[in-house]
Design a protein around this ligand. Structure first.
Ligand SMILES: [Zn+2]
Ligand SMILES: [Zn+2]
Length: 294
């Protein structure tokens, strides 16, 4: 079947999220759209799936709202729904940051994929920093990127304090689709960093144009696919390492001891050998998940 997965966001003053929520949920149900849509006074953030025809209708529906008429949809082909449910929710923020008020108009200048290639190819002196969580950067990152130990995006504030010595340097931030970097980069600018850039449209926009170039490994995505592997060259296809044997892998499991539930990168062989568990202790735990489902 011919399905599409859409990823999009926009920061825009949006006056009546509650009204949108009710209308939009109905539209999604009527047109068999699945996924999650967050709406707030500051804008929209969504990832949804549907048949090609329904997704076309969906795009038109979103663009009907003047605040979102120029929205950019990142589209991926797929063979089925990438979600099992539809959630349309009114939220205080479209991405959880808890930085307090960040002035989005301060967001850094956007670098196109071509401009980012130029920085690399001309050996420019720049620092590239991953604004995603550690479990995302573990299996994929831009070449030479700093990958901070972040459990959630809320940790960004702490990371920025550690970047203090690089205030005068050229700094490039990136995330999956760009939404986190609008805030992450604005926060850097607010803190007095002088030359801050963000990768326009995030990793998605880059790897779609330039697989096998400066992106290394896989991309963690927030739908049922979980992992997308854009590169074809073996040496940069997988940069994650199997928790048990160290072999290159991008495959994640949650430890099947439900009390533990730790996320681990594993290779195929080791996950079976270890019964989908992170330790001997978890293997013998009482409330292990019964069925193996990766
Ligand atoms: Zn292994
Ligand atoms: Zn465990």
């Amino acid at each position: 079947m011919d399905y599409r997965i859409l990823l999009f966001y926009k920061y825009a003053d949006f006056p009546n999220p509650d009204k949108f929520q009710a209308e939009h949920l109905k539209f999604c149900i009527d047109n068999d759209i699945m996924g999650r849509v967050w709406i707030a006074h500051e804008g929209i953030n969504a990832t949804v799936s549907g048949t090609k025809e329904n997704i076309e209708k969906y795009e038109a529906e979103i663009r009907r709202y003047p605040s979102f008429s120029d929205i950019w949809f990142k589209e991926d082909k797929y063979t089925e729904h990438a979600f099992k449910k539809i959630h349309v929710r009114v939220r205080p923020e479209i991405v959880n940051s808890s930085f307090g008020e960040v002035d989005i108009s301060m967001a850094a200048k956007k670098l196109t994929p071509e401009e980012l290639n130029n920085l690399y190819e001309n050996h420019r002196d720049f620092i590239i920093i991953d604004a995603r969580n550690e479990y995302e950067s573990k299996i994929g990152k831009f070449k030479n990127a700093i990958t901070p130990t972040m459990d959630t995006f809320r940790d960004w504030q702490k990371i920025v304090n550690e970047l203090e010595p690089f205030k005068e340097k050229t700094i490039v931030t990136y995330c999956t689709g760009g939404i986190r970097c609008e805030k992450a980069s604005a926060y850097l600018v607010e803190k007095g960093f002088k030359n801050v850039y963000q990768v326009d449209g995030g990793i998605w926009n880059y790897v779609n144009k330039y697989p096998d170039k400066f992106w290394e490994g896989s991309v963690f995505v927030f739908d049922e696919r979980r992992i997308v592997t854009p590169n074809t060259q073996e040496n940069i296809k997988h940069i994650g390492e199997c928790f048990y044997c160290g072999k290159a892998s991008s495959y994640y499991i949650n430890c099947h001891n439900q009390e533990c539930d730790k996320m681990l990168v594993t290779c195929d062989e080791c996950k079976i050998e270890n019964e989908y568990c992170c330790s001997a202790e978890c293997r013998s735990a009482v409330n292990k998940r019964k069925r193996f489902h990766g």
